[in-house]
Design a protein around this ligand. Sequence first.
Ligand SMILES: Nc1ncnc2c1ncn2[C@@H]1O[C@H](COP(=O)(O)OP(=O)(O)O)[C@@H](O)[C@H]1O
Ligand SMILES: [Mg+2]
Length: 337
Amino acid sequence: VNIGLAYDLKDDVPAVQGEPDDAREEYDSLETVDSLAGALESLGHTVIRLGGGRAFLENVLRERVDLVFNIAEGRGTYRSREVQVPAVLEMLDIPYTGSDPECLAICLDKPLAKDMVERAGVLVPRGLCIAHPAELSAHDWSTFPLPAFVKPACEGSSKGICRGSRPDTVEALHREVLRLLALYRQPVLVEEFISGAELTVGIAGNPPEMLGVMQVMPCSGPDPDFFYSIEVKRDWQRLVRYICPATIPAAAAQRVARDSLKAFAVLGCRDVGRVDFRLDAQGQPFFIEANPLPGLKPGHSDLPMLAENMGIGFVDLIGRILESSCARYDLCLKKSA
Ligand SMILES: Nc1ncnc2c1ncn2[C@@H]1O[C@H](COP(=O)(O)OP(=O)(O)O)[C@@H](O)[C@H]1O
Ligand SMILES: [Mg+2]
């Protein structure tokens, strides 16, 4: 099968003046694309690198591909940027891996995703969305639970999440909301801080199957103040320990398994995804967000690491994602491989 690869390389995306220093955090390295191409080739396929942005458009119109393996995050700071590549592929009627435009747009909009997941009966952190400085001063913060957690409403890769994200006072909360509004030019989500274990659930397949639950813990041991900030993600080899399968009580593990598949389904995710949770002080799991375009850098990104720990190697993981999408399109992988 001729498989096109859609991706956005960090080096292909030009810097924009005044952008935050983490603006290109979610884009991929050449190493990731090489690993992915290598895995697809070792599964017997021919790989055609389509790239992202304008190059992707030109390449996809010129090349003959049977299916596109999509890891493109999309261009610009638009809240629907992840939709760009799958929307073009649907327009051209080309099969592709992973979730569709509607799912990708919903999941990048964290307040919207939370609403849908909550309506499906899953616990989510209480909170509200602030789109303008005037809304910040109009709201009565005197009863808001502190510490709070403050983050951009439509980002990923811990963009905008740093030391100041967990304010202990209303004044610090206001400062952080104003900083994010100005820097990221999008609404800001203010939530209650969920203080227990940090968990991420890997899901793949059609029908979707839970691959495992991985716990992210500071190297220094359990810490109720810990969160997965950009500083921690960038320096993960020194700062964090990954425990997979997670060592959490059986009741919490059962809830996380059920809730992650529920969230995956209600958000309309397909083929692959990661769902993030945190446990509260009582050990109850709270949905934080869903990632229908999880990072796939072997030995580095959460999902390949989780899979590896569960005995699923990188090539196997990529094969499962591919098979899952092919089943949807009645594409037979073996025929032309
Ligand atoms: N309400 C919350 N309470 C505690 N920690 C949170 C909360 N929301 C986010 N976090 C922390 O911030 C990290 C990044 O937030 P998340 O919404 O997953 O953004 P991203 O899309 O950048 O991964 C989480 O992994 C978690 O450590
Ligand atoms: Mg996350």
